[in-house]
Design a protein around this ligand. Sequence first.
Ligand code: ARG
Length: 482
Amino acid sequence: MSDAPSDGDPGSAEARSRIWGGRFDGRPDEFVQSYTASISTDLLLYRHDIDGSRAHARMLAAQGIIPAADAEALIGALGQVETEIQEGQLELRNDLEDIHGHVEARLAEIVGADVAGRLHTARSRNDQVVLDTRMFARDAIVQAVGAVRGLQIALLTLADANADVVMPGYTHLQRAQPVLFAHALLAYFEMLDRDAGRFADAFERTDVMPLGSAALAGAAYPLDREAVARELGFTEISRNSIDAVADRDFILEFQAAAAICMVHISRLCEDLVLWSSAEFGFLRFADQYATGSSIMPQKRNPDVAELARGKTGRVVGHLTALLTMLKGLPLAYNRDLQEDKPGFFDTVETLIGTLVALRGALLTAECDGARARRAVESDPFILATDYADYLTRKGLPFRAAHQVIGGLVRACEARGAGLSDLDLAELQAASPLFEADAVGMTVEQALAARDVPGGTAPRRVAQALAEARKRIDVADRGEAGG
Ligand code: ARG
């Protein structure tokens, strides 16, 4: 039989074509191969896989572990494989399992099995896949921070363009007090600022080079791990070989940061959906960011915001999936860990796509300041807190003032009037502390009164906008997001 093992030649020819084939004789079930293969997902790691292999080959030669000529041949061939994959020429085969198997098999075709076979000296796919994924994660963090900054800038741009627009601020989705539209947008700026910080923090623990851990126990060769780390731009090397191959915290941290960020985006989108409805009418999305209905010709739907809100579920789900996958795993590498990547890759794509889409939606949206002001001014009691504050400033304890204004609101409601319609006599009937300056209190007064750091007084919001711009500029120069 053609695939019977020949003497001194481990495994059948068919079995040897697989990277672990020596120990096996029988051919694996094809369905099992497709079930266990990960190439359709981890092909995305090819660049990092090849960069890692180049650094590994160079270090092996420098340490005298493999011949320099072999390292040179390997490095040349790795470049060729990279180009081939880039151009879509690599044939994907489930029997080669993953990106590592594919690159190695192709190398063997180019430089021969003997030279190609030296590359895996002192290395296991267990530390190799972590190296690749960490490099991918570093790039993803840089991209994520950049995309978060992009959305922050869009918020600032919209806020600047509508700096004096006033709208009702809501609690319990009931009109509460007037706020500047810019102040509301800056609330989301702050959330995103914390998100960028979380991604940048995660970078530090992602930036750790695991190669040299081999399967789990560390490699049995005199490696220069620091040299590999330097070549690949890592600031640290892992300190425990077992942990290095078992650890996926860096993915968890990215996914947690992404999930929180998506929750922020989702809350923003909920506001955008409300604000762009006929009931609110504060905002109008540009044609490119709105969609129509197939049946109702008048419809103008905020689909980008709705989808961003919807995709949040996926990203939160990926975090839950990874946490659940990891919770029962013993040391060290277990094949379960291969399941870390589909959710991670989808998280990166979904997060970045969402940030980019929303950025465009905000940069092209138009705020209807007149509608927003009407919503404030048509509300008869939106200044109720200001009337209570007035009495408090005249010496009445706030709780007592609250009672007085509560009574006034009730009386006004009964006759269909607003607080600002009351004349001095009517106000004084409720409290003798009212004087002429309390009659017809204005929205502008209410805004200006909130003159604390972080408040909605126009001068504070102008400061906050300027300060936010400065923060973004500094961040642009300083952080992992570059
Ligand atoms: N495809 C694998 C993964 O993504 C690579 C590591 C496989 N290691 C192993 N011993 N089977 O996790």
